[in-house]
Structure formats: C-alpha cells, structure tokens
Design a protein around this ligand. Sequence first.
Ligand code: SAM
Length: 226
Amino acid sequence: MERDDPAYKGQSGYNPFMLAIYDPWVLGFMSRAVWHLPIPPVVERYRRNLGHRHLDVGPGTGYFIEKAAPPTDIEISLLDPNPHVLHRASKRLAAFHPTSVEADVMKPLPVDGLFDSAALNFVLHCLRGPIENKTNSIRNIADVLVPDGVLFGGTVLGIEEPHSKPARAFLRAANKQGGFDNLGDTAAGLRQILSVSFSDVELETVGSAALFTATGPRPRTSSERA
Ligand SMILES: C[S@@+](CC[C@H](N)C(=O)[O-])C[C@H]1O[C@@H](n2cnc3c(N)ncnc32)[C@H](O)[C@@H]1O
C-alpha cells in the first residue's frame, strides 16, 4: 500500500516483530487489562458465526480462526493490505489452505464469489475516521455476502464511551501515533453504519469494545451505485 493512501497508517504497524508479540501482548494482556474484554467469549462468537465460505478481513495473526477450530473443509479467504499479516496468518492456517487477498477493505473487494460469513474483528478502530467514513468498509463486505450471510466482529470504541483510565490513555496515544483513528467512534455510530448495509444488527458493549453481528445484507441503493 502506498504511504499516501489514507488507509496506510492503520495497517503499517503490523510488521513481523509486532505480529510475533501480538497474541501475548494484545490478546493476552491488553484486551483484559486495558480494554476489559475477555477473549474466550470472542472466540466463541467467532466459532458460532463461521460459515462454510468465510472471509476474514484484517486477520492479524490468524488467532481467532485457529482457536475457533473450524471444520477442515471450510473455505477461508484472508484479506489485508499488509503482506506480513497475510504471510503470518496463512502460514498458521495452512491446514485450511486459505486464499490470501492483498487488498484494502475501504475499496471494492477483489474476491471471487460470495461468502457465507465475514469477520471484521478489531479492524474498524484502525480505519480512518470519522465513523461515517468507515461505512464503505461495511458496504464492501455486504456486497460479497450471500443473502443470508453474516458479518461479525468487534471494535474498540472512542473516547466518549466509558473506559478505564489506562484505556483512555492508550486510546489517545494510539490515535496520536496513527495506528487507531477512533476517538469519535460511538456504539450508536457503529450501529448506524452497520444498518446502512444490513437489515438486522445486534450490538453489545463489553469493556471498551463493541461486539456486533449483522445479517440481511442490503443491495446497494441507486445512489450508492452511482
Ligand atoms: C488490531 S489487528 C486485528 C487482527 C485480528 N482480526 C484480531 O482480531 O486479532 C487489525 C488488522 O486489520 C488490518 N487492517 C488495517 N487496515 C486495514 C484495511 N484498510 N483493510 C483491511 N485490513 C486492514 C491490519 O493489517 C491487521 O491485520
């Protein structure tokens, strides 16, 4: 991805070193100690929502797919603009022979066919704000789901939501550094952008995060197609 792309900063931090410490540091420590978000229920949600043809947008290390332990005949596509992420996640998930797609979720997705499920797990807080700007990412995923397909995931919410003191400090620092762009993201705003592209949206907040499930992908309106 070019450095002047608006999405550049949200993905550039996932270098081999970061990916090597991601599971113990982010998922093992940060999520519980800072975000107050235990990971095992997120794995369980992941397992519950997985369909046969599954798209993971922003897979990171591939932790959630591996821990969700899908059946071996599942068809998995991994989509991320960062080649280090794709390399690491596809190596970890080699038993499932995943397809890697180097692409930005903010642009129409260059994938083949339609998916039964898609995960957008802890990616939205990395995308450029304000939250209305992130509507495109949801739209692009809705476009590649079957009519009864499901989009699920989670995101860290912005500064207006109730956070612990360390969470506020981390949020400000990560937004200043550019890895996050979510200071203005709210649960209501998230529901709104999901509802543009899905008829049914379920959302719950846990600690600093919102976890969501969206079904009933809507076709694009004529103004969206223009
Ligand atoms: C915080 S990590 C989450 C990783 C994983 N989903 C998890 O829950 O552990 C964010 C992921 O989103 C990816 N990402 C960032 N910007 C993206 C974009 N514009 N399109 C697709 N993926 C993106 C990053 O490269 C990284 O893999």
